[in-house]
Design a protein around this ligand. Structure first.
Ligand SMILES: *[C@@H]1O[C@H](CO)[C@@H](O)[C@H](O)[C@H]1NC(C)=O
Ligand SMILES: *[C@@H]1O[C@H](CO)[C@@H](O)[C@H](O)[C@H]1NC(C)=O
Ligand SMILES: *[C@@H]1O[C@H](CO)[C@@H](O)[C@H](O)[C@H]1NC(C)=O
Length: 829
């Protein structure tokens, strides 16, 4: 700016302004300082030309910006006679800065006193639409005056310091001889190249949502816009987006994503509702299922289920419950249908309609019906029928005669009644149809005729039955009697109830059967139970008894059986005697009278045959009751003592054939006992004995002695050892040989039951060396009689036999192997 001041001063020293201007531009370019500089013309010109000149050579006519500029111009410019034009002009009666086309504001005015238009009125001049500036005027210096635009004045111009793109994000503002950048909102720096930044960390990504930022001037800088969005089912807590403001603050707090909530549902009237959802019962995705009470159906929505959608609205309108509708009920012919409630609910669920008939008609069917939940009426529609009396017929046995046909029994008709045979009329005989369709009298009935009730006869039974009752008309009763009784008193065993109410015969009864008449007993009495007429009847018993000195022979009583016979034969009475006292075969009886007339007082004495003893009383007397005074005695045989059984013997006893056999009491007399000796023993004496008279045995018992074998000597060069000292039955003797001698024969002999030893006594043989000499000798001797081949075979066999003997070294029977060899040799030779 100072440098530009210098320019103006140089202009004052009469240097050409063109060259100065040039110099100024050169210097300005050189110093790279942009200046706002003022210029004025040498000549005067009108306002239009002055502006054209300024615009052609500089930027434009001067626009006054502030008092400092005014002061600067007043002090720097030379005084001119006609002063200077400046860039203000009246446009449409408004003072306007022509450079910027902005109206002159009150604050910026710098009018001289009385201006504008002060002189215009006095000089009656008009069109003073341009403005001059009184540079260095004595009074009112640097103030403005409005002037006619055609006047000739010095042009005051300026050239601007600001160039295109000097300020990146701002306006270049001219200052005196300089400029500055007035940054746009949100920018700073000398050239407004810096952009204000907001805190990026404040832009938070919300839960269940996302954020998308767009940047105009730089990341998270002035005018950056962050748009928030939420996942489906969530909504932003605030609809506005975030904008980075010039104050480095975001325009809003970051929003959050909130779960979409639908309006809370409520149960419909006459129904219920059930809501649930993964996020809440009335949140996004929640469903509410609606049901209606019985008799109501859902209406108002397409489905019984509503869902909360992402929009926060249910996907359908809330349903409601309406009662089901039953079919329309027509009016009744000759009657009226009246229903509860208003017209719209008359035929709805639960509503009841009642039916009534016009006078002279009566309702046939239900008097009311209710609309059920199944949309049906609870009852069928009734009808109204003309009143008639009901057909009076009823009882099957009634006979009805009416004044009119039975189907047209109008009020006034009469009917009379009677009953079929066997039935009795109960009630009125006639009746009349009254105005209300009722009979004047209760209709009579026919009751069946009843006969007297029968009862079972004594000693018998009865069975009654009938189609109308067991003692009613047509009933029959069949009678039977117990065993021993027969029916009497009626012609048949069956009675029938007749229409007259009487049985067709008198009631029968049961009488017992009669047994034959019983005569009195000789020397006795027959006495029977009961009265004379039943004495000999079924079931009655008669008993028999004898006079003293007689006794009853036969049954003491007899009963009359159902077969009309006595249970027993008639007894008789006999004179009492004692029984023949003889009994035991060996008893000898002597009585005072002959045995067949034994009478009371008779005596008998008893004795026994030889060899028998009397057991009991020796005498007895016949008493008055035909019994002996003592028990009759018996004779028992005198027996032998038990025989002694000798050692080594067995005994068996039986009755001899000569004795009288009795298997019941084997009598001791005549008993024969036989003795048998055990094995290896011999009987000495009589082998049997018999029990003889007076209890003595016929002989003494025998004895049994053991069998003996011959005594055994020890063999030469050997010894014997016996089990018993005496060589009796079953004794055993074993033989042994001295050293170097071998036993030839059995080493053990036993005494058998016949007194013989079981073998020969064995010998003790000399040693083997002596034996081989004997064998060789035999071989040589044998060779004389055998062929060469036979001899060889024979020797081989002997050797094999010897070898086998070694193999058969056992305690078992040593006799068998040599037999086998013998057989083998025989088969070979
Ligand atoms: C200047 O401003 C006025 C009113 O604002 C307008 O009518 C006129 O056309 C403008 N002139 C130019 C050259 O822009
Ligand atoms: C804006 O951010 C992106 C990614 O972080 C980066 O590549 C780019 O250089 C940044 N721009 C400015 C002007 O800082
Ligand atoms: C509303 O949502 C429920 C459950 O998904 C479905 O059953 C029903 O049909 C939907 N209603 C409409 C009108 O789409």
């Amino acid at each position: 700016m100072e440098f530009c001041f210098g320019l103006l001063q140089t202009r004052r020293s009469n240097t050409s302004w063109i060259s100065l201007t040039f110099l100024c531009s050169m210097l300005c370019m050189w110093t790279r300082v942009e200046c706002w500089s003022y210029y004025y013309s040498d000549t005067v010109m009108n306002w239009e030309n002055a502006r054209a000149w300024c615009q052609e050579n500089y930027t434009d006519m001067v626009a006054i910006q502030n008092q400092e500029e005014i002061g600067y111009l007043n002090s720097s410019l030379p005084r001119k006679v006609y002063y200077y034009w400046i860039g203000i002009r009246k446009v449409n009666k408004v003072w306007t800065w022509v450079g910027t086309n902005k109206s002159l504001t009150a604050e910026a005015t710098n009018w001289a006193k009385g201006e504008p238009n002060g002189r215009n009125k006095r000089r009656k001049m008009e069109n003073e639409d341009c403005v001059e500036m009184y540079i260095k005027r004595e009074s009112q210096p640097a103030k403005w005056n409005d002037e006619r635009c055609g006047k000739l004045k010095t042009a005051l111009c300026y050239s601007a310091a600001c160039k295109d793109n000097m300020c990146r994000y701002g306006d270049c503002v001219e200052t005196i001889n300089s400029h500055k950048c007035a940054c746009f909102e949100g920018f700073y720096g000398d050239k407004c190249e810096q952009v204000v930044k907001c805190n990026a960390e404040e832009v938070k990504v919300p839960d269940k949502g996302s954020v998308n930022c767009t940047h105009t001037f730089g990341n998270f800088s002035y005018a950056s816009v962050c748009q928030y969005s939420c996942e489906e089912g969530y909504q932003l807590s605030m609809s506005k987006h975030l904008t980075c403001t010039a104050s480095k603050q975001w325009s809003e707090q970051p929003p959050t994503c909130e779960l979409v909530q639908c309006e809370q549902m409520s149960s419909p009237a006459r129904g219920s509702m059930k809501c649930s959802g993964p996020l809440g019962s009335s949140s996004f995705q929640a469903t509410c299922a609606f049901t209606c009470d019985e008799g109501y159906v859902l209406a108002g929505s397409q489905s019984n289920t509503l869902q909360c959608e992402a929009s926060g609205l249910w996907n359908d309108s809330k349903p409601f419950c309406v009662g089901v509708q039953c079919p329309y009920l027509q009016e009744l012919d000759n009657g009226v249908v009246s229903c509860e409630g208003d017209a719209d609910v008359r035929f709805s669920y639960g509503n009841t309609c009642s039916f009534s008939c016009a006078p002279g008609y009566h309702l046939v069917g239900p008097s009311r019906a209710t609309c059920t939940s199944a949309a049906e009426w609870s009852e069928r529609m009734p009808r109204c029928e003309a009143i008639t009396c009901q057909n009076p017929e009823g009882d099957a046995h009634i006979i009805t005669q009416c004044s009119q046909h039975l189907t047209e029994l109008r009020p006034g008709s009469t009917c009379s009644f009677s009953c079929e045979a066997g039935f009795e009329l109960q009630g009125a005989h006639t009746t009349q149809c009254s105005e209300d369709g009722q009979w004047s009298k209760v209709l009579p009935t026919c009751t069946v005729v009843q006969c007297e009730q029968m009862s079972s006869p004594a000693r018998g039974s009865m069975k009654c039955s009938g189609p109308l009752g067991s003692s009613s008309f047509q009933a029959t009763c069949a009678f039977t009697c117990d065993e021993g009784y027969v029916l009497a008193g009626s012609q048949s065993n069956t009675l029938q109830c007749e229409a007259s109410g009487l049985w067709n015969d008198s009631k029968p009864f049961c009488v017992g059967v009669q047994c034959p008449y019983l005569q009195e007993l000789d020397n006795g009495v027959v006495s029977c139970e009961g009265d004379a007429d039943v004495r000999f009847s079924y079931g009655n018993t008669c008993s028999f008894s004898c006079a003293p000195g007689y006794h009853l022979v036969g049954p003491s009583r007899a009963t009359c059986t159902s077969a009309a016979e006595w249970s027993e034969r008639m007894p008789r009475c006999e004179a009492i005697t004692c029984q023949n006292p003889e009994g035991d075969a060996h008893i000898i009886t002597q009585c005072s009278q002959h045995l067949t007339e034994l009478r009371p007082g008779s005596t008998c004495s008893f004795s026994c045959e030889a060899g028998f003893e009397l057991q009991g009383a020796h005498t007895t007397q016949c008493s008055e009751d035909g019994q002996w005074s003592k028990v009759l005695p018996t004779c028992t045989a005198m027996g032998c003592p038990a025989p002694e059984i000798p050692t080594g013997a067995q005994i068996s006893c039986s009755l001899s054939l000569s004795s009288p056999a009795s298997t019941v009491t084997p009598h001791p007399l005549g008993k024969v006992c036989t003795f048998i000796c055990d094995e290896g023993h011999e009987l000495q004496g009589a082998p049997s004995m018999e029990c003889a008279n007076l209890g003595r045995w016929s002989s003494t018992p025998p004895s049994c002695t053991a069998v003996r074998c011959p005594s055994l000597e020890a063999p030469e060069n050997g010894d014997v050892n016996c089990s018993n000292a005496e060589p009796v039955y079953n004794s055993q003797c074993s033989f042994t040989c001295n050293q170097d001698h071998s036993l030839d024969g059995r080493d053990l002999l036993t005494c058998d039951r016949h007194g013989n030893w079981t073998g020969e006594r064995p010998n003790c043989q000399a040693p083997v060396s002596q034996m081989s000499a004997i064998v060789s000798g035999s071989a040589v001797g044998g060779a004389l009689s055998l062929t060469g081949l036979s001899l060889a075979i024979w020797i081989l066999k002997r050797l094999r036999q010897k070898g086998s003997k070694f193999e058969l070294n056992s305690n078992s029977d040593i006799e068998d192997p040599p037999q086998v060899y013998k057989n083998s040799i025989e088969s070979l030779i």
